[in-house]
Every structure is written in C-alpha cells, then in structure tokens.
Write a protein that binds this ligand. Structure first.
Ligand code: SAM
Ligand code: DTB
Ligand code: SF4
Length: 352
C-alpha cells in the first residue's frame, strides 16, 4: 500500500489487509506508520498517564496473564477499595510529577452497584484537580456507564486483550461479546474509549492482526489504544511463556498506528523489561502515550527519572494540557520542584 493511503480513517479492515501490513519489510512498515503519525500528531510528544490500583487482588476471573486473579497463587496481598483521601493524595502527586491523566484500576469482574457512589466520588475529586480521569473496573452495565459519565469520567479502559479466535485460550469466565458490550455501553454514555490488548501470550501474528482489526473495526476507533507486552508473573499460567520477538511487538504498535491514525497508542505494560532502544523504536512506530508511574497495578514500571531521561535524550516532550492549580503556592512549589529536578540533568526540561 502506498504511504499516501496510510491515514484514511476506516472501519472495514479485512484480516488479509491487516496481515499484509504486518508482513511488510520492517522499514517500510515503520515509514508508513510515521507518515500516519505525523499527519495527526506532533511525533515528538508523548502523553503521560499515571496508573493507580484502587482495589487490588482477589478477582474471581481466570485471565491467565493476571496476577490479581484469585485462582492463581502470586503472593499478592489483597486489598479493600482504597480510601478516597489516599486516591486524591496519589492523584495530586501524579499531577505534580507532570501526568495529565489519572487512571484508576480495580480487580473486579464488574463493579457492584453499591461500589458506584464511592468510585464516582473519586472521579469527581480527581477531575476537580484538573486532570483527565480514566477508570478500569471490569464489565459495565449501561446505567453504571451513565453514572460514571455523569461524575465526569473522561475515559473508560476495557481491553479486548487478543483476537476472538485466541481469546478462549486466555479467559473462560467472560466472553468476547461481553467485552464488546461494555465498550458499547461506554460509548453510549458519551465517554472516550480506551481499549487495546496484550501481546506475547503465545498468540500468532494472525491473532495480533485479529485484535487490531477488531479495535479498528469498532463503529468508532478507541481514542486510546494500550498495547501491553505480557508481564510474566510467577504463579500465573503464562509465567513460563516464551518471549515474543521484540520486532513483532514494534510491528504491532506500527500497525495499530496505521489502522487508528487519530488515536493515542500507548506503549503500555512491559516497559520495565524493555531497553531504551526498544522504547525508542516503539515511539518511532507511532506510540505516543505511556504509563508514567513507578508501579503499574501490581508490577514495577520504570522510575520517573529514567523516563524523563529517555524522553529528553530523544527530544520528546510530555504532551501538555492545561492543569488548574489549587493555589499560587502550589504553582510555585511545582516550578521549584521542576527547577531542582532539572539541575540533576535527569529531568526533561519542558520549558525548552
Ligand atoms: N479487572 C478489570 C478488567 O479486567 O477489565 C480492570 C483491570 S485489568 C488488570 C486491566 C488490563 O490489564 C487487562 O485487561 C489486561 O489487558 C492488562 N493486564 C493485566 N495483567 C497483565 C499482565 N500481566 N501483563 C500485561 N497486561 C496485563
Ligand atoms: C492496560 O491496558 N494496562 C494497564 C491498564 N490498562 C489498567 C494494566 C497493566 C497491568 C500489568 C500487570 C500489573 O501491574 O498487575
Ligand atoms: Fe480480574 Fe481484570 Fe485481572 Fe481479569 S484482568 S483477573 S478481570 S483483574
């Protein structure tokens, strides 16, 4: 396909077309992805989202990759729903470190109606800090989606995880259609959709193509597309899974960028295990969002300084969004913190 055709917004991709994208020579694929990326984004900006687990462990589902499933012994301490004050404290810290979106995740199959008022209040208060809000709480009913939207939730994350064909190897306690129904409920409630998947779970290229085709053929592309590299956690059934060829991971990012050119594609879980060169290739392939926090939900993620150093070396700036500060003192404290961090040469200088 000529590069000039790369950025058409389509929702009718065939498996053959998507596989043909994957099978191109690596340089041709990356070139096409760059063309698509540059038509809609500043290719030297990356969106920063901070993730927080607001309810950890003891999940009844059997997702074979997940350390939070009650069915596997991963040594995880299960926790109750986090107190509102603690969530807000974490959100303020995320805002001060430069994140523009705060994503809250719960190890639930789906939220219980009695949990909704508490999580809705978290949304309201995080939003009042001037941050974008995102939640991932499992399957949502239509009324629940409306309640979250009314509280001001900007994004709802719900992943398709893999292709419909491979899905049964990974999860048996909910269907692919259940996931599509939740995405539909999120859309109907007027929220932005964050939906992606995981690679490196033993699936084939046709499954990675199948996952991206499902996402791109939704009635409207998800605004945010997280591509996770499996984090192998001891005790989960996928613990001993063979590593995916790193170039296949980069190809997956590039094809996501081409199929969904206006979406943010997030280089999501798995960065702790990636070197700088691999992350740079992912940005080159069109990734333009990361989780910026030292812990994902339960597993480690690169330290803020390592991320800022890498972005700085690549000349990539954090995507900005106007954030209201509570007070002048808070604004000054942020400038002071940034000035101090800058002077240790590790921090990215947003003023440049
Ligand atoms: N329980 C809710 C659900 O499953 O929708 C929300 C939280 S769940 C942990 C969110 C997503 O994290 C999963 O859909 C999966 O894509 C991703 N995830 C979980 N464990 C992972 C792992 N070990 N490696 C990579 N991604 C993972
Ligand atoms: C997503 O696609 N990845 C995030 C977020 N959405 C919720 C979760 C990654 C979890 C990695 C394993 C863990 O830390 O428990
Ligand atoms: Fe539960 Fe979500 Fe983990 Fe599946 S991915 S076991 S639903 S927390």
């Amino acid at each position: 396909m000529p590069a000039s055709h790369a950025t058409e917004i389509r929702n009718d991709w065939t498996r053959e077309e998507v596989l043909a994208l994957f099978k191109q020579p690596f340089n041709d694929l990356l070139f096409q992805a760059q063309v698509a990326h540059r038509q809609h984004f500043n290719a030297n900006e990356v969106q920063l989202s901070t993730l927080l687990s607001i309810k950890t462990g003891a999940c009844p589902e059997d997702c074979k990759y997940c350390p939070q499933s009650a069915r596997y012994d991963t040594g995880l301490e299960k926790e109750q729903l986090m107190a509102l004050e603690k969530v807000i404290e974490e959100a303020k810290a995320a805002r001060e470190s430069g994140a523009t979106r705060f994503c809250m995740g719960a190890a639930w199959r789906s939220p219980k109606d009695k949990d909704l008022p508490a999580v809705a209040e978290m949304v309201r208060q995080v939003k009042a800090l001037g941050m974008e809000t995102c939640m991932t709480l499992g399957m949502l009913k239509e009324e629940q989606a409306h309640m979250l939207a009314e509280a001001g939730l900007d994004y709802y994350n719900h992943n398709l995880d893999t292709s419909p064909e491979y899905y049964g190897e990974i999860i048996t306690t909910r269907t692919y259609q259940d996931r599509l129904n939740t995405l539909d409920n999120v859309r109907r409630a007027g929220m932005k959709v964050c939906a992606g998947g995981i690679v490196g779970m033993g699936e084939g290229e046709k499954d990675r193509a199948g996952l991206l085709m499902q996402l791109a053929n939704l009635p409207q592309h998800p605004e945010s597309v997280p591509i996770n590299m499996l984090v192998k956690v001891a005790g989960t059934p996928l613990d001993q899974q063979e590593d995916l060829d790193p170039f296949e991971f980069i190809r997956t990012i590039a094809v996501a960028r081409i199929l969904m050119p206006k979406s943010h594609v997030r280089l999501s879980a798995g960065r702790e295990e990636m070197n700088d060169q691999m992350q740079a290739l992912a940005f080159m392939a069109g990734a333009n969002s990361i989780f910026y926090c030292e812990k994902l939900l339960t597993t480690p993620n690169p330290k803020a300084n390592r991320d800022m150093e890498l972005l700085n070396r690549l000349g990539i700036k954090p995507e900005t969004r106007h954030v209201e500060r509570d007070s002048e003192e808070e604004e000054q404290a942020l400038h002071q913190a940034l000035a101090e961090a800058k002077s240790d040469h590790l921090f990215y200088n947003a003023a440049n």
